[in-house]
Design a binder for this molecule. Structure first.
Ligand code: PMP
Length: 423
């Protein structure tokens, strides 16, 4: 399968080799590196991607969830062009687009106050700064396998990346007792930050786990932050509304920029007031581009006109349907699929583990069938489906029902073709 990959992409290889002269390992975004070389994409169009060799793929990666609108959505193109032409990118001044979009986000996601950033990573960093200032404490509870940005990633298989563990209390995901014990041991926790579904592996949190975090944080005077950078697409008010858990702060990102770089954080007015510049000694938060008009206009149009609550329901119902169908195809094999709504992950395990058994990344890593996962990725690419080696799938709005059916059929063909390995 790898030789087929090399054969079909003669132009990507030399471009990658050239990139190595100016980018470390030819790469400026770690996740996009794939051996022996990444396929270089020339263009995105609707729900399709076209690579440098003219191979066409139906896009099921959806830019790691940020590409919810599909490529070059006409309404978003208009919004972007209108801001460029009529207003200008960044004015060095307050503009009316800020208020308009903030009001919409606050009402849609039930936040008292919010602030914009340029990325989900920044949103999380500033949210943690707010929690530390508000509580006067430093420690943050995080979870194994959690990802809140590349400087805030806590992979379960290696030691935490780029962070000084001193301030972090690292706890097992979906383990309510471990949360309680960590609070008993550490009286000085400022906040708990958690994904209500871990993006890496699409592992949903149990209600009991989230409820425990809620009650333990309240008891300890710590703040509860839900990172909804990825999951806010799962219901009109985000995943937390779907599961009925109320944190103190929420962080947002990805599609909410209407295709432009985006991040935001917000929640309780008393906490967010640490960023009120009229108060002496308040925290600064000064990113040059965080009130840029292109993102503010595209994001507003995307949320108010395109990803409206009825469309949210539709897209996520289609995701549920796709996951059910994939589960049928994978029945009796070493593959399975986890996730919620329009977000899912295809897993290959040595033991034929079922989604209900996958409660944390350590569970999955222990039985991960890396070679099988790679084979699935290569076979699906060859069949014209853009997927990730790690199996994550995010549906975009421009994927037609027919493409979902084709994806499921291709998966069934894969299982038949490699029956000996897959079962
Ligand atoms: N939080 C979560 C849950 C994420 O998945 C990501 C990005 N994949 C981030 C934060 C960081 O967002 P960004 O890449 O925009 O910095």
């Amino acid at each position: 399968a790898t030789s087929r990959y090399v054969e079909k992409n003669p132009k990507s290889k030399p471009l990658f080799e050239k990139a190595k002269a100016s980018l470390p390992g030819g790469n400026t975004r770690t996740l996009l590196y794939t051996a022996p070389f990444p396929i270089i994409i020339r263009k995105g169009d609707g729900h399709k991607l076209i690579d440098e060799d003219g191979n066409v793929y139906q896009d099921f990666v959806g830019e790691m969830t940020a590409g919810l609108f599909g490529h070059s959505h006409p309404r978003l193109q208009e919004a972007i062009i209108s801001a460029v032409k009529n207003v200008g990118l960044s004015l060095g001044a307050t503009n009316p687009y800020e208020q308009r979009y903030a009001e919409l986000i606050c009402s849609r996601f039930s936040l008292d106050r919010m602030r914009f950033t340029n990325s989900g990573t920044e949103a999380n960093l500033h949210c943690l700064a707010a929690a530390r200032r508000f509580t006067g404490r430093r420690k943050i509870m995080v979870f194994r396998g959690g990802y809140h940005g590349s400087v805030l990633s806590f992979p379960s298989d290696v030691s935490p990346n780029n962070v000084d563990l001193g301030d972090w209390v690292l706890v097992q995901y979906n383990d309510p007792d471990a949360v309680k014990q960590a609070f008993t041991k550490n009286s000085d926790i400022a906040a708990v930050i958690v994904e209500a579904m871990q993006g890496n592996g699409a592992i949903p949190a149990t209600i009991e786990f989230l409820k425990t975090i809620r009650s333990e944080t309240t008891k300890a005077g710590a703040l509860f932050i839900i990172d909804e950078v990825v999951t806010s697409r799962l219901s009109p008010g985000g995943l937390r509304k779907l599961v009925g858990i109320e944190p103190d702060l929420v962080t947002l990102g990805k599609y909410l920029g209407g295709g432009m770089p985006f991040g935001a954080f917000g929640g309780r007015a008393d906490i967010m007031s640490v960023y009120d510049p009229s108060v002496t000694g308040s925290l600064t938060h000064n990113g040059t581009f965080q009130n840029n008009t292109i993102m503010l206009n595209a994001g507003y149009v995307g949320l108010s006109e395109v990803y409206t609550p009825d469309v949210v329901e539709l897209l996520n119902n289609r995701g549920e349907h796709m996951r059910r169908k994939l589960a049928e195809v994978f029945k009796g094999t070493k593959f399975c699929v986890t996730g919620r709504g329009s977000l899912m992950c295809v897993h290959a395990t040595n033991t034929g583990m079922q989604p209900s058994q996958m409660t944390c990344k350590d569970d999955i890593n222990a039985v991960d069938a890396l070679d099988l996962r790679k084979l699935f990725w290569l076979d699906m690419l060859d069949a014209g489906f853009w997927v990730q080696p790690r199996g994550s799938i995010a549906l975009n709005l421009q994927i037609p029902d027919e493409a979902i059916k084709e994806f499921i059929d291709a998966t069934a063909r894969f299982c038949d073709k490699y029956r000996d390995l897959v079962v």
